[in-house]
Design a protein around this ligand. Structure first.
Ligand code: ZN
Length: 315
């Protein structure tokens, strides 16, 4: 194997309401809105990016905002939950915070020794907080005190009818390592343990998932640069995957392929990042458009709902 995936780059999901989405992910979870732009394939709808201070790979949760979108269905094959890392001592803080926001949660059974809080956002998107030791520094100016703030992704969980075919790609092609089994949960870890965990949930015969609000559209994995991305594209093609051409997403460059279980995978470059078109200090404050849409800015802005950051979300 010539190269290994270090971990998750970003997760992209679907929301029915951009403002409620901002209120939840900035206001309640304390993430930073690091980019407000449009869906490059559908510029009349927002694409919102949340992350740490700079939106570093491994912290980036993004949403296509499709106003009034029908709710999707969690099922297989799908990324069925997205987990963030919080400090081990922060469980009680987060319980109180969720209660104060009238969000009902459950304490999941201890998972590989870590405590896990599970809940859903207003669209039904499944979110987990995993209390663990994660060395990454959180964003220090968000709505959550820094000692309790989210450190970035812990993991994604993929529901699969046959986890073995997906495991084979993770291990043999992408360089993940098998890291244990807990019930029907099979854990695989990338080269970097922080934000590098993929759990496959074996759910044979489960009801099919359906794309819609509250579901994950795809998960992206990290590669350092364009040269390594080109290598991934060659390798995946040689192994028989149908791989997209390299897409310029402005903030990273991407290729897409479907893993054999059926979930859409992306490999995205760590560069150039979100400060490529606005200062790092003011990420997410203004609508940014790729060059091809700049001439249509007035028309695009007139079709997008007005959105604002919740109080205390960027202080
Ligand atoms: Zn993506």
């Amino acid at each position: 194997m010539s190269q290994r995936i270090s971990g998750i780059h970003h997760v992209t999901a679907i929301t029915s309401d951009a403002q409620k989405n901002i209120d939840f992910y900035c206001g309640v979870l304390g993430l930073r809105l690091v980019k407000r732009t449009v869906n490059f394939d559908d510029p009349r709808s927002y694409h919102l990016y949340y992350g740490d201070e700079l939106g570093r790979p491994g912290t980036i949760l993004t949403f296509f905002a499709w106003p009034g979108a029908h709710r999707g269905r969690i099922g297989a094959p799908q990324v069925s939950s997205t987990a963030f890392a919080i400090p081990k001592s922060s469980i009680d803080f987060w319980k109180r915070r969720l209660e104060a926001a009238s969000i009902s949660y459950e304490i999941a059974p201890t998972r590989f020794g870590d405590q896990v809080v599970t809940f859903t956002d207003f669209d039904g998107m499944q979110i987990e907080l995993v209390a663990t030791n994660d060395p990454r520094a959180p964003w220090s100016a968000g709505a959550v005190p820094v000692e309790h703030a989210i450190r970035g992704f812990h993991s994604v969980s993929l529901s699969e009818n046959d986890q073995e075919v997906t495991a084979e790609v993770l291990i043999k092609t992408m360089g993940f390592t098998a890291a244990g089994v807990d019930g029907n949960r099979f854990r695989y870890v990338g080269a970097d343990a922080s934000g590098g965990v993929v759990d496959l949930l074996s759910v044979p015969g489960s009801k099919a998932g359906a794309m819609g609000a509250g579901t994950v559209h795809h998960v992206a994995f990290r590669t350092p640069d364009d040269a390594s991305e080109a290598k991934w594209r060659r390798q995946l093609t040689e192994e028989g995957f149908h791989v997209s051409p390299v897409m310029d997403r402005n903030y990273f460059h991407s290729i897409y392929f479907r893993e054999p279980g059926g979930v859409l995978f992306e490999i995205a470059t760590d560069i150039p990042g979100f400060a490529v078109d606005e200062p790092a200090a003011s990420l997410g404050m203004e609508l940014k458009l790729p060059a091809q849409f700049e001439s249509a800015r007035a028309s695009i802005e007139s079709h997008l709902p007005k959105i604002r950051l919740p109080q205390g979300a960027n202080s």
